[in-house]
Design a protein around this ligand. Structure first.
Ligand code: SF4
Length: 285
């Protein structure tokens, strides 16, 4: 196992002892971290991630709330990259809820086929477009309780849309988010709604949306499901699961993905401050 990296000297490190000096608080298997220590450690992880991923953003390409809603529904059981490669043709064919509500199901299915589960997803897209047209005047509603009444839209999708298209704070519990926050012992829950509640309780509302992006960025780039790159992880000193993955710094570096490993990200049209490469269109990888 490689040497555990020392905590960075941030503003908070001046006032609090680093977790390396205080391993009982952060070490795997350590007993009963106090609530105060947990909140402090969670917020420090968030601050570190904010520095590393200052350019964190939603990784679905979209230009309006309807596009984000559709892209998020399509993102179930597939990658954001695959969705981003699929939506340009879809949005060109059906730019508005009214257009999509009137779509021929088979034509729509073929357009979204690369995202998998295309029959069920086509049904959801047509259903939600009909609902937007008939119940919401062709506009995506900006309230959770309305969004979750749309076919194929659950809390996760609703929170993505609210947070990123309407500026309403929300925590998005996807597969990366759940995995990482359990590794960090912010929660031991598996149920996404419970995870969401546990994480929301650790942070002020104003942090929820960006925290979600940063955690998901870290999960995609460094803290992978099967091979977390612990030896190249900027928050290793704060992580109780350090050592679950590769700790040798050189070997860990080779596991880094996307801009950190010099490879393209998920978006075909990333924001201007994104330091990595844009992804390629469908068929051009
Ligand atoms: S990569 Fe390793 S050290 Fe970093 S957050 Fe994940 S499990 Fe913890």
């Amino acid at each position: 196992m490689g040497e555990r990296p020392a905590a960075k000297k941030t503003k908070s490190a001046k006032t609090n002892k680093s977790p390396v000096e205080k391993p009982a608080a952060a070490k795997a298997g350590a007993k009963a971290e106090s609530r105060t220590a947990l909140v402090r450690r969670a917020r420090r992880i968030n601050r570190e991630l904010a520095e590393v991923y200052s350019y964190a953003h939603p990784e679905l390409d979209f230009e309006n709330p309807f596009q984000l809603l559709v892209a998020t529904v399509l993102s179930a059981q597939t990658t954001d990259l695959r969705v981003n490669q699929t939506t340009p043709a879809l949005f060109a064919a059906y730019p508005t809820p009214e257009d999509m509500a009137a779509a021929d199901p088979e034509t729509l299915e073929q357009l979204i086929r690369p995202t998998g589960f295309f029959r069920a997803k086509a049904k959801s897209l047509i259903g939600l477009s009909v609902a937007l047209r008939d119940r919401f005047g062709g506009e995506v509603p900006g309230r959770l309780e309305d969004l979750v009444t749309l076919p194929g839209v659950g809390r996760k999708t609703a929170n993505v849309v609210l947070g990123n298209a309407f500026g309403v704070p929300g925590v998005t519990v996807d597969t990366h988010f759940g995995r990482l926050v359990r590794r960090w012992k912010w929660t031991d829950a598996e149920d996404p709604e419970k995870v969401e509640a546990d994480v929301c309780a650790l942070f002020p509302k104003s942090e929820w949306t960006m925290l979600s992006h940063r955690v998901i960025f870290h999960g995609r780039r460094v803290c992978h499901s099967r091979k977390p790159a612990c030896g190249a992880c900027p928050i290793a000193p704060l992580c109780p699961s350090y050592g679950e993955g590769e700790t040798d710094p050189e070997k860990a570096k080779k596991l880094l993905k996307y801009e950190m490993g010099g490879r393209p990200g998920q978006r075909l049209k990333p924001p201007a401050d994104y330091p990595g490469l844009p992804a390629s269109p469908l068929g051009a990888e």
